[in-house]
Design a protein around this ligand. Sequence first.
Ligand SMILES: *Cc1c(COP(=O)(O)O)cnc(C)c1O
Length: 447
Amino acid sequence: MADSKLQARDPKIYEALKNELQRQREGLEMIPSENFTSLAVMEAMGSVLTNKYSEGYPSHRYYGGNHFIDVVEQTAIDRAKELFKVPHANVQAYSGSPANLAVYLATCKPGDVIMGMNLTDGGHLTHGWKTSVTGQIFKSVPYHVKADGYIDIEEARKLAQENKPKLIWVGCTAYTREFPFKEFAEIADSVGAYLAADISHIAGLVVAGAHESPKDYAHVIMTTTHKTMRGPRGALIMVTEKGMRKDPELGEKINKTIFPGMQGGPHENVIAGIATALLEASTPDFREYGQQIVRNAKALASSLMANGMKLVTDGTVNHMVLIDLTPLGKGKGAFAEYALEVAGITVNKNTIPKEPASPFYPSGVRLGTPALTTRGMREQEMNQIGRIIAEACNEIKYYSMPENKEERSAYLAKFRDEAGKNPKLQALKKEVIELCAKFPLYPDLGS
Ligand SMILES: *Cc1c(COP(=O)(O)O)cnc(C)c1O
């Protein structure tokens, strides 16, 4: 980070940034919702656009001086429409969660029945979970996965018939199979509900042709822009042709819900970064990238299973793998997450279908390949990483969470202390650092 103004002005924050860059470089980033955006996208975000107020929409602003801002936002809108083949796009939502709230408020009234995948089955908080406002201002009827890890379509159909929801969500944060858009369209259509596809995790795969698009099935599509789309933190809310047929005003309603309904001035610096990310996503290189994410996830899954790990649904067809750690004992997700962190691999603990422990101490780990694929890693590296993960998880087999809740935090602290000194995990960390050095991250940023 040469010639840094930040270093001179604010050494404390500069130091943290530098350390974070080093952490990203030296570790294997395997949280499936994370990625490495391009320096071009970062340049757009860290620009003079952050100085400007532009409440309203292109050509209809409440402030003067928006000529160039209009170019930025209209370009982002046009690129989103073209890439996802939809007639309407809103690019102003500050992130995925407010975008989803806007979808609710444009299609439902407080108290209406809504349906989404249950959180601990792989759904998102904003799909009606009890601690989210979406589960408090709407009557949430969750559907689930079956014991084999696949979505229980029959249950969803039955719940929809019984509860007549106004809005149904399809899309998850922890699911390793194709989203059944067609089946959910039949269910939504049979009860007259809106179908919203939340493709936050898989949007990059959809663009690359590695996952079916929901455009012919859903009325609304929401995606974050910072996961497989590899852009800045933000969101797109899109209305499909089908959505426009159901309600010709839907696009306008979503725009009004975002502004003035929920937000004030849009973050045009981020919208510029989204525009650039959408341009990048329309290239043949990105198509190849999306396909490689899936090939890498499949290679990782094969390697993990060959090394004795159990996977939810016995594999993957997208960018993500869910390890079921119950063969080592239940509630081991937190132990595995920490052991892997010591070995230089960032993942997150996650519930598994029919979770036998608890959401706080779940029995699985969720990991994905989008960020490693951005670094240039391929099947051969996935094969190696699968073995490293299995070896690291083997180090936790003699630990188990005390039944007595009061003993848990002390036990975990003791485990962390021991894991930090574990020679096997240290050796794995060395192997990880050597592997990462072969795939330099942001070389242009210097040291
Ligand atoms: C990440 C995600 C969101 C929320 O996005 P934030 O930007 O974190 O608010 C919503 N839905 C799904 C399915 C997601 O994966």
